[in-house]
Design a protein around this ligand. Structure first.
Ligand SMILES: Cc1cc2nc3c(=O)[nH]c(=O)nc-3n(C[C@H](O)[C@H](O)[C@H](O)COP(=O)(O)O)c2cc1C
Length: 213
């Protein structure tokens, strides 16, 4: 097994990434790459990393459900492990692992809760089954399969028409302070170009920096 893993290596030879062709705004750059990622399976699946009060990092996949000038939005249960960790420490990281394109995008920033109206508008668009699932699941808590199924049935009976947004269910927008675009290159000389928010307040602007691979 270990020998096999050690021998696994792909050669990356896709078109390079050059600072000169990159826009000033990382969200615009992300849009370009996201358009290319349309050919991949679930390109909006991103790994969200949070940190506990004890400094223990944890990661899980969530789906990117919105992108605008503020940043990267996702929805979840705010009483989940990730939700509680973000309440105590909103600093987090995102990773888009676009292997099929020999690319990854790394984001660091701060998760800001979305307004109730935005959450309600998104929740209303979800299929009924997903709405009931969100209502039924005390995300991240220890539970039995029977209890989970019973909670789903109870939610279905309690809300025969519209399902309201469950208490504690919400969303966040990760406002980036750092966004790195990584493109695989030959001989492991990959391209890494990072946008870093420099300056403070009104004077904030994105600095573009190439990092060694
Ligand atoms: C492809 C995929 C997409 C997922 N999308 C979400 C999502 O958008 N929101 C969410 O809360 N959990 C999502 N999950 C489940 C999370 O990975 C995780 O199990 C759950 O949020 C609980 O995480 P926590 O206990 O660390 O808070 C997804 C899982 C997978 C595999």
């Amino acid at each position: 097994m270990n020998e096999h893993l050690a021998s696994l290596r792909a050669e990356y030879a896709a078109a390079g990434l050059h600072e000169s062709g990159m826009p000033a705004d990382p969200i615009e750059m992300f849009r370009r790459w996201f358009a290319d990622a349309g050919e991949l399976d679930e390109p909006n699946a991103m790994i969200l990393a949070t940190v506990s009060a004890e400094g223990q990092p944890s990661s899980r996949i969530v789906l990117l459900k919105g992108l605008d000038a503020r940043g990267f939005a996702f929805y979840t249960n705010q009483r989940s492990r990730k939700g509680l960790e973000l309440a105590a420490n909103p600093r987090c990281a995102l990773l888009f692992p676009w292997h099929g394109l020999q690319r990854q995008v790394r984001v660091e920033g701060v998760a800001v809760p979305l307004a109730d109206a935005e959450v309600a508008a998104y929740f209303a668009k979800r299929p009924r089954g997903a709405q009931l699932g969100a209502m039924a699941s005390p995300q991240s808590q220890v539970v039995s399969r029977e209890e989970l199924d019973a909670r789903f049935v109870a939610a279905d009976a309690a809300y025969p028409d519209e399902v309201p947004v469950p208490d504690g269910w919400g969303g966040y927008v990760v406002e980036p302070t750092l966004v790195e675009f990584w493109q695989g290159g030959v001989n492991r000389l990959h391209d890494r170009v990072r946008y870093r928010l420099a300056g403070a307040g009104e004077g904030e602007e994105w600095a573009l920096e190439r990092l060694a691979p």
